[in-house]
Design a protein around this ligand. Structure first.
Ligand code: IMP
Ligand code: MG
Length: 194
C-alpha cells in the first residue's frame, strides 16, 4: 500500500478519498437543487482550482441553471497571502440573479471576501458560496459559506483541482502534506494566479 505520494518535492498522504468526495458532492448538489428550484441560479466557478469540483457538482444539479467562470489576476507570490487585483470573466448581467460562487478551498478567507465584494457590486438578488473545503482554523476574517464539502485541518492539501506549484490538480482524491509544515510554508502555493 502506498502511504506517501511525492508531488514535486514534497510528500503527501491520502486524506479524502474519491468515494467520499463524490458522496458529499451528491449531497451538496441535491441540497442546492432544492434550495434554488425556480430561481434559475448562475454558478460562478473560480478557476483554476474549482474546475474539478464544479464539473462534478454541476452534474448533480437537476434544475435549470447557468455556469460561468472567473479568474483573478494578482500579485500573489510564494509566501504572501493572495491579494486579488482584478477579477476577469464576469460577462453575464448579474443584476437580480441568484449567484452561487463555486470555490475549491477557503483558507484565510481573503480571496473569497474579495470575490464576494466584487460580485455584490453587480447587485445580484442573492449570493452564496459553495466551497469543497474550508480550513476553519486558518480563517483570518469571518466568511459565511453556506455550502461546505468538508472542514479540514489547517494543513496544505493537493488534488482534485488543487495544486502544489502547478502539480496534482489531476488527482481524483485529496492528499495532505505528510511532513512538518513551517508557518511560512503554509503559503507555498502559487495557486491559480498567472
Ligand atoms: P485564501 O485567500 O487564503 O482563503 O486562499 C484561497 C485560495 O488559495 C484557494 O482558492 C486556493 O486556490 C489556494 N489555497 C489555499 N489553501 C490551499 C491548499 O491547501 N492547497 C492548495 N491551494 C490552496
Ligand atoms: Mg481557488
Amino acid at each position: 500500500m502506498v502511504v506517501s505520494v511525492l508531488i514535486k518535492d514534497k510528500k503527501f498522504k491520502r486524506y479524502i478519498s474519491a468515494e467520499r468526495l463524490q458522496k458529499r458532492i451528491e449531497e451538496l448538489g441535491r441540497q442546492i437543487s432544492e434550495d434554488y428550484a425556480g430561481k434559475n441560479p448562475l454558478f460562478i466557478v473560480v478557476l483554476n482550482g474549482a474546475f474539478m469540483f464544479a464539473a462534478d457538482l454541476m452534474r448533480e444539479i437537476d434544475i435549470p441553471s447557468e455556469v460561468s467562470f472567473i479568474k483573478f489576476t494578482s500579485y500573489q507570490n510564494m509566501h504572501s497571502t493572495g491579494v486579488v487585483d482584478q477579477i476577469i470573466g464576469v460577462e453575464e448581467d448579474l443584476r437580480n440573479r441568484h449567484i452561487v460562487i463555486v470555490e475549491d478551498i477557503i483558507d484565510t478567507g481573503i480571496t473569497i471576501t474579495e470575490v464576494l465584494a466584487e460580485i455584490k457590486s453587480y447587485q445580484p438578488a442573492s449570493v452564496e458560496v459553495a466551497a469543497l473545503l474550508i480550513k476553519p482554523q486558518a480563517l483570518l476574517r469571518p466568511v459565511a459559506v453556506k455550502y461546505v464539502g468538508f472542514e479540514i485541518e489547517p494543513k496544505f492539501v493537493v488534488g482534485y483541482g488543487l495544486d502544489y506549484d502547478g502539480y496534482g490538480r489531476n488527482l481524483c482524491e485529496i492528499l495532505i502534506l505528510d511532513e512538518p509544515q513551517k508557518p511560512a510554508e503554509t503559503k507555498i502555493w502559487t495557486a491559480d494566479q498567472p
